[in-house]
Design a protein. Structure first.
Length: 299
């Protein structure tokens, strides 16, 4: 004969079981939250070092790339993994979003060369970018923030122009990049690469140093990958960029056309004068030769 169990007894037993299991569930959730916070904190360090030169999170679009606030809500995670690790391949496949970004910013995002763990850390940070969402992981990383020292603007200018040499023999910046406000005249209008007058204004001191350290642009890598700038040189250049920030870039297009046209006209005039002189000499020589031949025939 079975004894009937009162429903209240079942509810009580279920409640007791729930209370017994609750600490373990909370502990597991806390551990998961801590792991996620640690992963996001690691991702923040990677983002600041390798991504912040072109992107902000909530700071608006930059000339180099879009703002990434809420990007994990707008884009599929697998798409994010691919655009970070193999952007050129994604464009070659005709991905419309990647194509649109290329056309809008005039460049292809360089492949960042992240490991799988680093990639997942960056995506975790993009998912939870707010500091309070991953502060729990901050103490776990145990990594001190890089100290930003004040560089020497005068030495940064010398390094930029080339009157001072980089320690590892890298090329001076002026060889490719123009800059305003440096008192260099038209020599500061070099335009192989983008003008850097507003680099500091666009990226700030940490962003400038990050660009010089991580070399995120393909044109920089062949020049400086094997000849990296020292931390002191990065900071000196950053200090120099600060002194010219918000100045007017050097525009040489019109002046260059006028000067080039003047040089061409001067060169053409020299050729004309020299050509006329030489032509007259040749003509006189031929006339004299013809006269001598005529005289010989008459004899």
């Amino acid at each position: 004969m079975y004894r009937r169990i009162h429903p209240n007894s079942l509810s009580l037993a279920a409640g007791i079981l729930f209370l017994m299991l609750l600490p373990n569930a909370l502990r597991a959730q806390n551990e998961a939250d801590t792991d996620q916070a640690l992963l996001a904190e690691q991702g923040e360090a990677i983002f600041q070092k390798q991504c912040s030169t072109c992107h902000t999170i909530g700071g608006g679009d930059t000339p180099m790339g879009p703002d990434l606030a809420g990007v994990t809500d707008r884009r599929d995670r697998q798409w994010l993994r691919r655009i970070i690790r193999e952007p050129e391949k994604l464009i070659a496949e005709g991905d419309p979003v990647a194509q649109e970004l290329k056309e809008e910013y005039g460049m292809v995002m360089p492949a960042m060369g992240l490991s799988q763990d680093e990639l997942e850390a960056v995506i975790a940070f993009l998912t939870y970018p707010a500091e309070e969402e991953h502060r729990a992981g901050e103490a776990s990383t145990g990594k001190p923030q890089k100290e930003m020292k004040q560089g020497k603007a005068d030495r940064g200018r010398d390094l930029y122009v080339g009157t001072a040499s980089f320690e590892n023999s890298g090329a001076p910046c002026l060889a490719c990049h123009g800059i305003g406000g440096a008192g260099l005249g038209m020599a500061a209008g070099a335009n192989y690469g983008p003008d850097l007058t507003n680099l500091y204004e666009n990226y700030g001191p940490a962003g400038v140093v990050s660009i010089l350290e991580t070399l995120p642009f393909p044109s920089m890598k062949p020049i400086y990958a094997d000849r990296p700038l020292t931390q002191e040189e990065q900071q000196d250049l950053s200090a120099f960029f600060k002194t010219v920030s918000a100045r007017e870039p050097v525009r040489v297009e019109d002046k260059f056309v006028l000067q080039a046209g003047g040089v061409f006209l001067a060169f053409a005039l020299i050729l004309y004068v020299f050509g006329r002189y030489r032509l007259n000499r040749v003509r006189r020589s031929l006339v004299e030769e013809a006269r001598q031949k005529t005289k010989g025939d008459m004899r």
